[in-house]
Ligand binder design. Structure first.
Ligand code: 13P
Length: 249
């Protein structure tokens, strides 16, 4: 399980920001990292970013339709992302679950579409603050795994992003112990759902990962991987996070 450091630009980025992709690709070339590097972008930037990245970093989408094609104005299929040069897609990000009412069933259908198109599906799960305070964090994320991860998934086609909703963009985050506990629980849930394939699925921590805390987070047992929002928008910050991947991982 080679570590994976993934960025999620969300709804940010116009053509000039491709300079950051170029800078990250150049730094990956100069200092090969101890991890696979992926940046998930708005669909409008994917094809150009793929050219700019020149194969040094992988480029992904942030969402896809479950359908292949058809009368779904404004939607983009997994096949279209693949055709634009993407190799991965985030599905079920909490911002889509929240603002677009995406249920576990919808997320599972999108994950299946990603697999059909040959994209890595990064399925996101995470609890709210009140769910954590009520002691329900593990069961909420376990239920999301059971509902969102198709049984047919293989380890190479899937990654899980554990992103506590209250940690996203807030500067707050769970303790290392809580992250380790959750990642261990997610591992058990994946093995229960996928059998031995579940042992090798990469689980990424996401939520306020910054250059200043990346080393601590990435050295937590069962972590070693991250899904980075705000700090992936600036080449220098993202490079610092990439540089924090433990060399033994
Ligand atoms: P931040 O790193 O900005 O907290 O965002 C995390 C996230 O949502 C990545 O998908």
């Amino acid at each position: 399980m080679r570590p994976l450091i993934a960025g999620n630009w969300k709804m940010h980025g116009l053509a000039p920001q491709l300079d950051d992709i170029e800078a990250i690709a150049a730094s990956v070339k100069a200092t090969p990292p101890f991890a696979d590097i992926l940046i998930c972008l708005p669909a409008t930037l994917i094809a150009r970013a793929v050219q700019t990245a020149a194969g040094r970093i992988a480029i992904g989408g942030e969402n896809c339709s479950a359908e292949v094609s058809g009368a779904f104005t404004g939607d983009i299929s997994a096949e279209m992302l693949k055709g634009a040069g993407a190799s991965a897609v985030i599905v079920g990000h909490s911002e889509r679950r929240q603002h677009h009412d995406e249920t576990d069933a919808i997320v599972a259908a999108k994950a299946k579409a990603a697999r059909r198109a040959g994209l890595l599906a990064i399925i996101c799960v995470g609890e709210t603050k009140s769910q954590r305070l009520a002691g329900k964090a593990l069961s909420i994320c376990g239920d999301q795994i059971a509902g969102s991860v198709p049984e047919s998934m293989t380890a190479s086609a899937l990654a899980i992003g554990y992103e506590p909703l209250w940690a996203i963009g807030s500067g707050h985050m769970p303790t290392s112990k809580e992250i380790a506990e959750m990642h261990g629980h997610i591992r058990q849930c994946l093995v229960a759902r996928l059998g031995t394939e579940g042992k090798d699925v990469r689980i990424l921590y996401g939520g306020s990962v910054q250059p200043s805390n990346a080393r601590d987070i990435l050295s937590v047992p069962e972590v070693g991987r991250a899904l980075v929002g705000g700090a992936s928008l600036k080449a220098r910050d993202f490079e610092a996070i990439i540089g924090a991947v433990p060399t033994k991982a």
